[in-house]
Write a protein that binds this ligand. Structure first.
Ligand code: XIL
Length: 357
């Protein structure tokens, strides 16, 4: 039986460790995961935005600044200004940068989406884009979402300009075009970690089964893929325990294939009234959902990053995305005050460190 002395030493260690993690960033450093957030460079000049961001996170990802509609105002132009601002902020504050995203069927500029290009032209355009953008950020962006949301809910490739409308030359050939994109990306920056990023494939369902099958197949045939991004735009309308167990199981099976898992776009939306306010009960429930996600990630060493889709309820895509019915999805309220979700995640990150002692 353990002596009383060992128990009190263990307790002291627990208390000291919990007490010492003042910020998410500290807690995450000690838990050995990255804690990141999506950012809008237009807000860096807002003092509170910048100071909370630098204090609490060790990784950033441009929310929109590296998407085609920002980077490519027209066919000939590459506008890196907003992306460069994010990299500069990150370097000033010793943060890592994730890149999002090189290939997506949505949110493309009209000149591209409605340009009626041939497969050959699209293939050249996309290869050039991947190469120019990745080379521009080589050594600065450590991981890229190479492909975003390419599968539908049944696990089949989604119709898109890149796949089959008219596609880059692999229409009707399943995930072969994705394979090509990872090979191009690896050639452009052999040191960057290459991720497949997807929505609603976090738990065990047809989409996550398809992601698993695709990654397994890629690994077998030597396609250079390093990771899977689980977006995790979720809500409080779930059973926390079963979600945690399912996410953990999904992470475990992906990690067993030898890839890393990043939680890439986590937010937990709650119902809000017409002035955008949620109940305290719902905010406490939200904290438990966040805790479950962190727990699921920390249960597997293959899960190496947890990133939220913004950090203050002042700037979040959820209000407009849900047409005003949901909101308050993040760690800090509109006045940058920490919410129960913040404390739950910080505690959960600190706790894991203890169990590893
Ligand atoms: C969203 C941004 O948050 C918005 O600012 C933008 O208007 C639309 O895109 N999945 C993704 C993200 O991969 O890029 C999306 O971001 C949210 C859903």
């Amino acid at each position: 039986m353990a002596s009383p002395y060992r128990w009190s030493a263990f307790l002291a260690c627990i208390l000291a460790s919990i007490g010492s993690a003042q910020t998410l960033r500290e807690a995450a450093d000690h838990a050995g995961v990255l804690i990141g957030t999506a950012v809008r460079p237009s807000q860096f000049s807002e003092t509170r935005y910048a100071s909370v961001l630098a204090r609490e996170f060790n990784m950033v990802e441009p929310e929109d600044a590296l998407k085609w509609w920002v980077l490519r105002p027209d066919r000939r132009t590459y506008d890196f200004r907003a992306g460069d601002e994010v990299v500069h902020f990150a370097q000033t504050h010793q943060m890592k940068v994730r890149g999002h995203c090189l290939v997506w069927g949505r949110d493309n500029p009209d000149w591209l989406a409605k340009g009626h290009f041939t497969s050959r032209q699209l293939s050249h355009l996309l290869r050039d884009h991947i190469s120019r953008v990745m080379k521009h950020y080589a050594g600065e962006v450590f991981a890229w979402d190479v492909v975003n949301e390419a599968l539908d809910e049944s696990g089949k490739p989604r119709d898109s300009i890149w796949y089959d409308q008219p596609g880059i030359g692999f229409a009707g050939k399943g995930t072969e075009y994705i394979e090509q994109l990872f090979r191009w990306a690896h050639k452009a920056d052999p040191h960057a970690l290459l991720f497949y990023n997807e929505a609603e494939g976090e738990t065990l369902n047809r989409k996550s089964d398809a992601i698993y099958a695709m990654v397994k197949n890629f690994k077998k045939s030597g396609v250079p893929i390093d990771g899977v991004g689980l977006q995790m735009h979720i809500s409080t309308d779930i059973d926390v325990e079963s979600m945690t167990a399912a996410v953990s199981a999904n992470i475990a099976r992906l990690a067993a294939l030898g890839v890393q898992i990043h939680v890439t776009e986590l937010d937990v939306s709650v119902r809000v009234d017409s002035s955008g306010v949620a109940s305290l009960d719902d905010l406490n429930r939200q904290a438990e959902v966040y805790r479950g996600v962190v727990r699921a990630c920390l249960q597997n060493p293959g899960c190496t990053a947890i990133q939220t889709w913004g950090f203050t309820d002042k700037y979040s895509w959820i209000r407009s995305h849900s047409r005003g019915t949901r909101g308050q999805a993040l760690f800090f309220d509109r006045d940058y005050q920490p919410k129960p979700s913040y404390r739950a995640v910080r505690d959960e990150l600190s706790r894991d460190r203890l169990l590893k002692h």
